[in-house]
Design a protein around this ligand. Structure first.
Ligand code: HAM
Length: 427
């Protein structure tokens, strides 16, 4: 019987994986220019890391985490300590690593990025997986609005570098420990009056976490919260000033954005600036990247009071978008050698090896096939150039190099093939 993959978990095959590689390589390049360094964090963490950071009353913690009891737990450890969870996101893990390693003692300002699989037991649909991949960045130790703007500029530059028609940026401010409690009360009073119109989930959690109702996708909740008081009207002077500075910096650097005072995000650790980059090209799962500020999280996870801000983008959604816009990268061979006769094959084999050692993608067959069938294969693989070599060519020391796009052929010196190909690759 066939064993199949788990629902919501996917393989990424050649043909598609090249776009992933391009996305990852470009991220490393752009993020490094912004002075972010890579951190590699474990896939499995203690459950309490996520319940304490993302929040007990969020969808992720309430119903989407892959959690299990660790069988190796020793007697005497609390039940909590033995519960492990496949990471549903990376921010909590990065902050845990930052606190645990006491990185901040050497230098509190750390700009870190990560790439990898995340796990959420959501209902799978287009653009929504149970195992998905994020590329994320976290800037720890800076409270100033310049770093919020820098994170958004980094994303904007990254999208441009990928040749992507930029998704739309929406921003909001969620206030801070000083002004949020007041807003929470105002919103709660508003929601209590509309209790009957809210979904069961929201009815259950509004007393503990009324902001969640603004993020609920149920039509009843969307309707009931249409006229809800906006958080932007409740910001304290410090938060207002900070948010105004972020907006000014975005305008000065020509990053287009819209204000969305209803955006509360699905995780509880946020304060002040939050943002989402969305697109209309992906159907209902429209958020390509999202993030914001989380000034209380380092302290919540046992570290000193150190601010943070960051984002994560969904690689599945980004690569889908790139392909939809015709920007998918393909790893076609630069050269395909068509050989006729064993002498030509034995000449071609070490030449292919030399070219590959120069980093060029080159292909040839091992078994005897007609010239026509080899040409067809070169075409199917999307080879840019084809070199046709038989006994006559070897005797003359010259062969025809065919450009598959223009169909033009030119004679080239076989002794100089490696240098010739390197210069073409560079060109
Ligand atoms: P998030 O909004 O939960 O934020 O996820 C960020 C991005 O991950 C989403 O915009 C989306 O592109 C992608 N994503 C999320 N869930 C799925 C899924 N089930 N299938 C496919 N893609 C998905 C965070 O995770 C925060 N840690 C972001 C952050 C970093 N905030 C501060 N620093």
């Amino acid at each position: 019987m066939k064993v199949t993959a788990i629902k919501g978990f996917s393989d990424i095959f050649p043909g598609e994986v090249e776009t992933w590689q391009a996305v990852e390589a470009k991220a490393r390049q752009v993020f490094t220019a912004y002075h972010f360094a890579e951190i590699r964090i474990p896939i499995l963490e203690k459950t309490e890391l996520f319940s304490r950071s993302i929040g007990e009353t969020t969808d992720i913690v309430e119903k989407e985490m892959y959690t299990f009891e660790d069988r190796d737990s020793r007697a005497g450890e609390s039940a909590e300590a033995t519960r492990l969870t496949l990471r549903p996101e990376g921010t909590a893990c990065v902050v845990r690593a930052y606190v645990e390693s006491e990185m901040y003692k050497v230098e509190p300002v750390r700009k870190l990025y990560y790439m990898g699989a995340m796990f959420r037991r959501e209902r799978p649909q287009k653009g929504r997986m149970r195992q998905f991949h994020q590329i994320g960045a976290e800037a720890l130790g800076r409270a100033d609005p310049f770093i919020d703007a820098e994170i958004l500029l980094l994303l904007s530059d990254y999208f441009t570098a990928l040749g992507l028609t930029e998704p739309t940026l929406q921003i909001n401010s969620l206030g801070c420990a000083e002004c949020r409690p007041q807003y929470r009360e105002t919103l709660l009073a508003f929601l209590r009056q509309r209790h009957e119109s809210l979904c069961g989930n929201c009815q259950r959690r509004i007393e503990r976490n009324p902001l969640r109702a603004l993020d609920c996708k149920e039509p009843g909740c969307i309707h009931a919260t249409k006229e809800a008081p906006a958080i932007l009207d409740s910001l304290c002077a410090g938060c207002r000033e900070h948010f105004a500075a972020v907006q000014r910096l975005l305008r000065e650097t020509h990053v287009r954005f819209a204000l969305n005072p209803r955006m509360v995000r699905g995780l509880d650790y946020y304060c002040r600036t939050t943002f989402e980059w969305t697109t209309t090209q992906l159907g209902s799962q429209s958020a390509v990247a999202a993030g914001g500020r989380y000034d209380g999280l380092v302290e919540e996870l046992g570290g000193p009071s150190i601010p943070g801000v960051g984002f994560a983008l969904g690689v599945e959604r980004l690569t889908m978008l790139l392909r939809a816009q015709g920007n998918g990268a393909a790893a076609a061979p630069l050269l395909y050698i068509v050989w006729i006769g064993e002498r030509a094959r034995d000449w071609a084999f070490p030449v292919v090896h030399r070219l590959r050692r120069e980093g060029l993608t080159v292909e040839m067959e091992g078994e005897t096939r007609s010239m026509k069938s080899q040409m067809r294969r070169a075409d199917k693989l999307g080879a840019r150039l084809v070199l046709i070599v038989g006994g006559d060519e070897l005797d003359k020391g010259k062969a025809l190099l065919r450009d598959m796009a223009s169909k033009q052929q030119e004679e080239i010196d076989l002794a100089k093939i490696v240098a010739e190909l390197i210069s073409r690759k560079a060109g």
